[in-house]
Write a protein that binds this ligand. Structure first.
Ligand code: AMP
Length: 405
């Protein structure tokens, strides 16, 4: 894996905040319920350490985020007021809600802020200029801060105004704690891993993870493939897979990955058996069959018990594990066991000193179902950004931060 000089970036700890207006790109893209209340405040909680340090050190926090995809116009349902309210509850102080994210009125409100105050700008994506990385819009945002902090790792792969354009107008562009943690685990821990280093891939699609597999293949000691994507790999070896999910146009890539792995001496473990059903249903009739005995009309929906044992054994001896993608349709009880085995095994090895890094929305959702989210070394918040980073790509939002001298 190509190493990225991540710790070379200026951190929020390196900059003077006393009396300063710190404009912070946060990721408050949270789910709202029917009534418009915050349904899950994980992302708001995740930004608290950075916000608190600004306030504790005598700064003023001007926060900016997007929510949903309003596509450049004001969408009432996507206003950030419910987020401001929840943030206020968590911080136990008032959060000033701005009516917009740029403009004279907002500039006036920011200029009246006192030390220790927090202001949340309205949804950045109400303006089309945010996603086009417009220079005038970036300048308008820049007028609202003295120093710039990025704590929204999940948007760092996007060259948007609040992530890239705005940074041109700041001498000090620092990483917040959340971004620093992502860089420490996705960057350092995986660039120089304790060995054995095992990667576990699953989920429905190969296409999302191909780039990461390519980049990691020469770095890891072993790869475990489960979930729907395993069937593309099995089909690539000429195995009959019934009606299991498959990406026909990725069969060749799967073959290439197997070949590169073999020539690099990296073991790729595919399922030995699977749990099959005719339909993805809670009460579906299921069977456990060998990987090459799936009858026509049946689909593989979880790794089988022999595979789960094999994967468990491989993980028990690992010292670094990267996991992305569930082993089966864990959302349905009959197909959740494989994912649960991996999750429980990782919780155990983490306790014993293994570095476990988990990414991907569905994988994190699975950890939540099994109540194991807090038992991993690091759960990445940045789905697409994390994948691009692990592919070895430079993220524009990270590249834009000041180098640490
Ligand atoms: P991804 O976004 O590619 O990580 O895919 C996550 C989704 O893959 C989850 O919602 C799982 O239900 C689904 N999944 C996992 N294994 C299978 C499988 N064998 N067949 C179909 N879907 C699967």
């Amino acid at each position: 894996m190509r190493g990225i000089p991540v710790m070379a970036k200026l951190s929020v700890d390196d900059i003077e905040l006393e009396g300063k207006r710190a404009i912070v790109r946060v990721d408050f893209n949270v789910p709202l319920d029917e009534a418009g209340n915050v349904r899950d405040d994980t992302r708001i909680q995740a930004a608290l350490p950075t916000v608190k340090t600004i306030l504790d050190r005598g700064g003023k926090a001007v926060l900016m985020s997007h929510l949903g995809r309003p596509k450049g116009t004001v969408v009432e349902k996507m206003r950030l007021a419910p987020v401001a309210e929840r943030l206020g509850q968590l911080l136990k102080r008032r959060v000033i809600m701005a009516p917009d994210c740029v403009g004279e009125e907002v500039e006036g409100m920011v200029s009246e802020m006192r030390q220790g105050e927090v202001l949340l700008l309205e949804n950045l994506r109400f303006h089309p200029e945010e996603t086009t990385n417009d220079d005038t819009f970036s300048q308008q945002l820049a007028r609202l801060g003295d120093v710039y902090i990025n704590d929204a790792f999940g948007t760092c792969h996007r060259a948007h105004a609040s992530v890239v354009g705005v940074t041109r107008y700041f001498e000090e562009r620092a990483a917040g704690y959340l971004v620093l943690k992502e860089l420490a685990f996705l960057g350092e821990a995986l660039a120089d891993p304790k060995r054995p280093f095992v990667a576990v891939f699953g989920g429905a699609k190969v296409s999302d993870k191909i780039g990461v597999m390519h980049n990691l293949i020469k770095k890891v000691d072993g790869i475990l493939v489960g979930g729907g994507m395993a069937f593309t790999f099995l089909k690539a070896q000429g195995v009959e897979i019934g009606t299991s999910i498959v990406e026909e146009d990725k069969i060749e890539v799967a073959q290439t990955i197997m070949m590169v792995a073999e020539s690099s001496g990296v073991q790729v473990l595919l399922p030995l058996d699977c749990v099959i059903a005719q339909e993805v249903e809670e009460r579906a009739e299921t069977q456990v069959v060998k990987f090459n005995e799936i009858p026509s009309g049946w689909k593989g929906l979880d790794i089988g018990p022999s595979t789960a044992s094999l994967f468990k054994k491989a993980l028990l001896s690992a010292k670094t594990v990267l996991w992305n993608g569930p082993m089966g349709v864990f959302e349905r009880e009959p197909f959740a066991a494989g994912t649960e085995t991996v999750a429980r095994t990782l919780a155990k090895v983490t306790q014993e000193g293994c570095v476990t890094v988990v990414g991907g929305g569905d994988t994190v959702a699975a950890l939540r179902v099994f109540e194991l989210k807090d038992r991993m070394s690091h759960v990445s918040t940045g789905g697409g950004a994390a994948l691009e980073f692990l592919e070895g790509k430079e993220l524009p939002g990270i590249a834009a931060l000041t180098e640490r001298s």
